[in-house]
Design a protein around this ligand. Structure first.
Ligand SMILES: Nc1ncnc2c1ncn2[C@@H]1O[C@H](COP(=O)(O)OP(=O)(O)OP(=O)(O)O)[C@@H](O)[C@H]1O
Ligand SMILES: [Mg+2]
Length: 457
């Protein structure tokens, strides 16, 4: 239960709080203790002053006796002396320390309000206060009050006991608070750790509480998002593998089927040649498919290098036009190019040529004789826009979002005439995005399709 982090956080909190508590209690303790001691000293002096006031009014032996008898019953002791410090009367037996004080006092120095003579309560047995007896301005004697320092010591000890109890209670409360506080932080962290461990062991769906509004809540949300992404990725990968194996199986079935027929003895040379052509064509398509898949795999692994160069777009389009000219003429499709001469792009010309060929190949395949395919290039301060437009059959609205998906074809049957692998646009998108550009397709059934490529200048 006490995993490492909660222990660390707990100890850290605990030490900090303990230091603060010790500091606060120390200050509080010394202040209170000093105040109490001061109070005792003051009350001792006040008592001496009361006695001297009485004696100033009646300075005779019977009053002195009264005072002495009174103090003999109290926890204090009083000694009354003459003006030179000779003892006149004492309430309790005079101890050596009392005598010391009496003998070592300079009686001329005592102010009329009295004075504390001894206040070292930790070292001495008595603390003492002196109040002079002044009658009509003449100095007649002294009232010296003694208090056993045990009074002060007991009081301070009592205070210390109270502080020890308060201290123990606070430490226990601190430990409990710190325990819950550190668990409040570490329990969600432990849950997240378990969740990520499960994810790394292959579980795709984990559930965490994401309703906290702090960093831990955000972390939990991020892990949940990660787990959803992982699940989607796995689903995508399985679908993709299923499509790939389907794409490979279809031509292989053809090839095996026709090879079996050729093996039979009773077919004509003409038929044999026709079937061999089909086998060759299927093999070619398989090669293209595998090459494209390999290229996409390289792109996914980022092993795909873009060699940028300053290229004049008009020249690039001319090269492309020469390459597709036979196809255009064969199908009697018109071709128009609008491209200003001075447009220079910083691109990998081979890759962009591959993209344009892919898109034009699509356009030619879906355009009827007599219709037009056009390329337009324009640029502004930010980007260059290449539009490839055809007047062909168009693409159904529901297929538009999936055109850039791998192996996605609008006409699902893999007819040998159209012969596409469904990878052309996926590759085009990867290439354009690795140029930090973007590609979009708009299409209307019966009206035609237009592909826009945006490249940063
Ligand atoms: N100009 C267009 N007009 C009509 N349909 C199009 C057009 N361009 C693409 N399509 C549709 O989009 C699908 C995906 O195109 P993509 O280029 O990715 O694959 P493909 O042409 O079938 O195969 P490949 O390009 O790998 O030989 C095509 O199957 C086609 O149905
Ligand atoms: Mg294509």
């Amino acid at each position: 239960m006490f995993n490492k982090l909660s222990l660390k956080i707990g100890m850290l909190f605990f030490v900090f709080i303990l230091i603060i508590e010790i500091l606060v209690y120390f200050i509080l303790y010394t202040t209170i203790a000093n105040e109490r001691i001061e109070e005792v000293m003051d009350s001792l002096l006040a008592r001496a002053n009361t006695h001297s006031a009485i004696l100033e009014n009646n300075f005779n032996s019977s009053t002195m006796e009264h005072v002495a008898i009174m103090e003999s019953e109290s926890e204090y002791a009083v000694i009354i002396t003459d003006e030179d410090g000779n003892v006149l009367i004492n309430s309790d037996p005079i101890e050596k320390e009392m005598l010391d004080i009496i003998e070592h006092t300079d009686y001329e120095e005592i102010p009329s309000g009295g004075k504390v003579l001894e206040q070292r309560w930790t070292e001495r047995q008595y603390i003492a206060a002196d109040s002079p007896i002044n009658i009509n301005g003449d100095h007649h004697g002294h009232v010296i009050m003694f208090a056993n320092t045990n009074i002060v010591k007991n009081m301070v000890n009592h205070l210390s006991d109270q502080f020890v109890w308060i201290g123990i209670t606070t430490v226990i409360l601190t430990i409990i608070t710190v325990f819950f506080l550190s668990r409040f932080i570490t329990i969600p962290l432990m849950k997240m750790k378990q969740a990520t461990e499960q994810l790394s062991k292959g579980k795709t769906k984990v559930s965490l509480h994401t309703d906290r509004k702090d960093e831990l809540g955000e972390l939990a949300s991020t892990i949940m998002k990660l787990s959803n992404d992982l699940e989607r990725l796995k689903k995508d990968r399985n679908e993709f593998l299923a499509s790939v194996s389907h794409e490979l199986r279809t031509p292989l079935t053809y090839i095996k089927g026709y090879a079996d027929i050729i093996n039979k003895q009773d077919i004509s040379i003409h038929e044999r040649k026709e079937y061999l052509d089909i086998i060759r064509e299927e093999t070619n398509q398989l090669t293209v498919l595998i090459r494209n898949l390999f290229e996409l795999a390289k792109m996914d692994e980022n092993r795909f290098i873009i060699n940028r160069r300053k290229v004049e777009l008009r020249k690039l389009i001319q090269t492309v036009e020469e390459l597709i000219r036979p196809g255009l003429e064969e199908r009697n499709i018109r071709f128009s190019v609008i491209c200003p001469e001075n447009i220079i792009a910083n691109i990998d010309p081979e890759r962009i040529q591959q993209v344009l060929l892919n898109i034009l190949d699509n356009a030619i395949k879906h355009t009827s004789p007599g219709e037009t395919i056009s390329i337009r290039v324009i640029q502004n301060e930010m980007e260059i826009k290449i539009t490839i437009e055809d007047e062909g059959e168009g693409i159904p609205k529901e297929d538009l979002p999936y055109l850039f998906d791998r192996l996605y074809r609008v006409e699902k049957s893999r007819s040998r005439e159209s012969g596409g692998t469904g990878l052309g646009l996926a590759i085009a998108k990867e290439i354009i995005e690795s140029h930090e550009g973007r590609i979009e397709i708009q299409s209307k059934i019966g009206k035609g399709t237009s592909v826009n490529i945006f490249l940063k200048r």
